[in-house]
Write a new protein. Structure first.
Length: 497
């Protein structure tokens, strides 16, 4: 029982990492995930592909580490949040592709609910805003658009889950239909103050309560894997949404500590302790983690496109052949050029919540080329991070940490991270273990199975790799910030309410 396994099912890939009980990574395996775009603004994943990738990566990581099921104290699952799967309870087969968090197909349905005046009550209970991002409108869409789905749901033969829940069902051979409090808190159906599914919300979204999973702590007994999967059973004893797992992996356990994860999107979470802070500036209140029945809350800012803008440079514009080439290209940009990319490819998330907004490149001259566009794509994550921090500071007049802990694939871009520090005028800390999401999931499993230290002991192990210190002069910062605000104003289609 000397190892832990983290399954990190992300938007762009599925990873399995074997850690030892000191939480040092030992081996890993990864598989890219196919992105399916059936219509503009729609994004789907194939749940069967997700499932096979999970089994394959866990097997590969175990084999690389030279361990068997008996050597594993527990599995922790972490996942892209909000992505919605409905499956048939009798066969375990999904009735449709998963609708991904980025998908905008329910924008009109959400607008209608807002117009009907539902948002204040929804916000009060869930801490969220009514937006296609969250699971509820996606579930309703599936029930209304997949033939026979609603009657199956009413008969009790359909199950809903975010990706963690679907994987748990499959890993336990259909024995356990459960999720954790952090994933539940992203559905628009969960009352985060009392930690329960809300019947009134389910009725408002026309969702039968019987399809919802049971909600457990993040560190809990979630059941055992079917023995045939990994040549012996392994206990699943941790689950958290990927942004919450990163908050844990970054050891943001004290109120005021915050982290930003730059993957496909960017998600900034600020620990607010046992106080459920309600945002007045269009941020989300969410559950950071739930341990021993105790909820710790966070304020969250969610940006839909961060690393995805770099993917667009690579796959859409073919300006680079690998994401890691973005810095080299951007370094060639003429510093006198001020090009802005507003990467609202799937609308704008916090603090704008404008599902209809679309992207724009502004400030182009005859001299602007690939280098200036690449630089604008990297800078866009800095500007968006500042949008979130301005909203957080407005919500919380009490001082928060001035240091931002960062992680995720895009933190490999030194240019982007330096710009984040410059535009925030605050230090940015990148830890040694950049796989903080997996680390958080492994820690949960280790905490539950008793092989890892308590939160304080785990915090002491956090190690700095590099601090990015602001170097930009105040006048440039102010000019660029004003330029970004003007660019954002050009793409917005509605005012916040
Ligand atoms: N060196 C780099 N420079 C800029 N962006 C990068 C770099 N390496 C990876 N990325 C971006 O990071 C993202 C992948 O990060 P990851 O944390 O694996 O995402 P996810 O969890 O969403 O699957 C991709 O969008 C990719 O374009
Ligand atoms: O897969 P990631 O890392 O882009 O994270 C996705 C988020 O969980 C969406 O809310």
């Amino acid at each position: 029982m000397s190892h832990l396994i983290a399954i990190d099912q992300g938007t762009t890939s599925t990873r399995a990492i074997v850690f030892d009980v000191k939480l040092e990574p030992i081996s890993s395996a990864q598989k890219e995930l196919r992105q399916i775009y059936p219509s503009p603004g729609w994004v789907e994943h194939d749940p069967e592909e997700i499932w096979s990738a999970v089994v394959a990566t866990v097997r590969e990581a175990m084999s690389k580490a030279g361990i068997g099921a008996k050597d594993v104290a527990g599995i922790g699952i972490t996942n892209q949040r909000e992505t919605t799967v409905l499956w048939d309870r009798s066969t375990g087969k999904p009735i449709h592709n998963a609708i991904v968090w980025q998908d905008r197909r329910t924008a009109d349905a959400c607008a209608a609910l807002r117009a009907a005046g539902l948002e204040p009550a929804v916000k009060e209970k869930t801490g969220l805003v009514i937006d296609p991002y969250f699971a509820a409108s996606k579930i309703a869409w599936l029930l209304d658009n997949v033939s026979g789905a609603r009657s199956m749901a009413e008969r009790g033969s359909l199950a809903f889950g975010t990706v963690d829940s679907f994987l748990l069902w499959r890993l336990t051979g259909g024995k356990i239909h459960a999720t954790d409090a952090t994933n539940a808190s992203r559905t628009l159906l969960f009352n985060i103050a009392c930690g329960k599914w809300d019947e009134e919300l389910a009725t408002q979204f026309a969702i039968p309560m019987g399809i919802l999973p049971e909600v457990r702590d993040c560190a809990a007994n979630f059941g055992d894997t079917s023995p045939e999967l990994f040549e012996g059973s392994i206990r699943i004893c941790g689950i958290a949404g990927d942004q919450q797992a990163a908050t844990i992996g970054q050891c943001c356990f004290t109120p005021g500590m915050m982290k930003a994860t730059y993957g496909t999107g960017c998600f900034l979470l600020l620990n607010t302790g046992d106080e459920l802070v309600r945002s007045h500036h269009r941020l989300l209140s969410t559950i950071a983690y739930q341990l021993g029945g105790q909820r710790t809350y966070a304020l969250e800012g969610a940006i839909f496109v961060a690393g995805a803008a770099v993917q667009w440079l690579r796959d859409g514009l073919h300006l680079i052949s690998r994401s890691s080439d973005a810095d080299e290209l951007a370094k060639k940009a003429d510093p006198r050029e001020e090009v802005y990319l507003v990467p609202a490819f799937v609308g704008l998330g916090a603090p704008y919540w404008d599902a209809e907004a679309r992207g724009a490149l502004l400030g182009l001259t005859r001299n602007s080329g690939p280098a200036e566009i690449a630089k604008a794509a990297l800078e866009a994550v800095g500007f968006q991070t500042r949008d979130l921090l301005e909203a957080m500071h407005a919500d919380l007049p009490t001082p928060t940490d001035t240091v931002l802990r960062v992680d995720g694939g895009m933190t490999a871009s030194a240019l982007a991270m330096q710009f984040v520090a410059d535009i925030l005028n605050a230090p940015v800390d990148r830890p040694v273990v950049m796989e903080t999401t997996s680390l958080g999931a492994a820690y949960l499993a280790g905490y539950q199975s008793g092989v890892c230290a308590d939160l304080a002991g785990f915090s002491a192990s956090w190690q700095l790799d590099r601090r990015f210190v602001p170097v930009m002069d105040a006048a440039s910062r102010a000019r660029k910030w004003a330029g970004w605000q003007a660019a954002i104003a050009r793409v917005r289609t509605r005012c916040p309410h």
